[in-house]
Design a protein around this ligand. Structure first.
Ligand code: O7E
Length: 211
């Protein structure tokens, strides 16, 4: 299955609820992070959970093991189903997030390689491959890999085997759903849906790439 995950990076509760109402029937889950939570408060997670879709917490957690666990505990208490952590902090920090997620019955994904051009400075190539290998050893549920670089997704897939790959960078950042959908487990799409003139139509069009 390739899921369609909406990156709901709007800034207010009202916009978030409006877009979720329009698009939820075509989505498999919703990802929120700093833009919305800093604007609307963590309680927005409970409101969005009412749409009946899994909610992914994208705080790209990147701290020492104890702090990572404390953050993860808040996230799962707030109603999220999954958390995203950075991998460059090392295996003890990642393990802490994975364990907190699994203790709560949730999932943990590790950012291996990012989708923007600047990622090529530090967070790509050999470093990304090492992070992907480490994510497997730490028993993470999957990794984040860039839809803007399908060749890299292919390489990271060789390393992680059947673990999941969630991929941002489709649409606004130039990645193509058509090119990447059959290589990954989740397409993360933000602006191309929530900034579209007709978000419901845009979500429906992306949902056609689910398999
Ligand atoms: O470009 P958009 O508008 O489609 O949004 C993409 C979303 O994916 C946005 O929330 C951004 O923060 C996130 N993202 C990336 O764009 N690139 C990455 O490398 C990683 C993420 C991300 O979501 O990481 C955790 C999944």
């Amino acid at each position: 299955m390739t899921d369609l995950i909406l990156a709901l990076d709007v800034l207010t509760r009202e916009e978030a609820i409006e877009i979720a109402e329009k698009t939820a029937p075509c989505l498999d889950s919703i990802k929120i992070g700093y833009p919305l939570v800093l604007g609307a408060g963590l309680s927005i997670a409970g409101e969005l959970a009412e749409f009946g879709l899994p909610l992914i917490a994208d705080f790209k957690v990147a701290d020492i093991p104890n702090t990572n666990r404390l953050i993860a505990e808040h996230v799962f208490e707030a109603g999220f189903s999954a958390i995203i952590t950075q991998g460059f902090t090392g295996s003890d920090s990642v393990t802490s997030c994975v364990e907190a997620a699994h203790d709560a019955g949730g999932e943990c994904y590790v950012v291996a390689e990012m989708s923007h051009p600047g990622a090529l400075e530090f967070l790509s190539g050999e470093n990304a491959e090492k992070i992907a290998g480490m994510a497997v050893k730490c028993n993470a549920d999957g990794i984040i890999a860039p839809a803007t670089r399908p060749d890299r997704v292919r390489k990271l897939r060789e390393i992680i085997g059947s673990k999941k790959i969630l991929s941002p960078g489709i649409g606004a950042q130039g990645g193509s759903a058509k090119d990447i959908a059959n290589m990954i487990d989740g397409m993360i799409v933000g602006r191309s849906i929530y900034q579209a003139e007709d978000p419901a139509k845009a979500a429906r069009e992306y949902s056609e790439f689910r398999r």
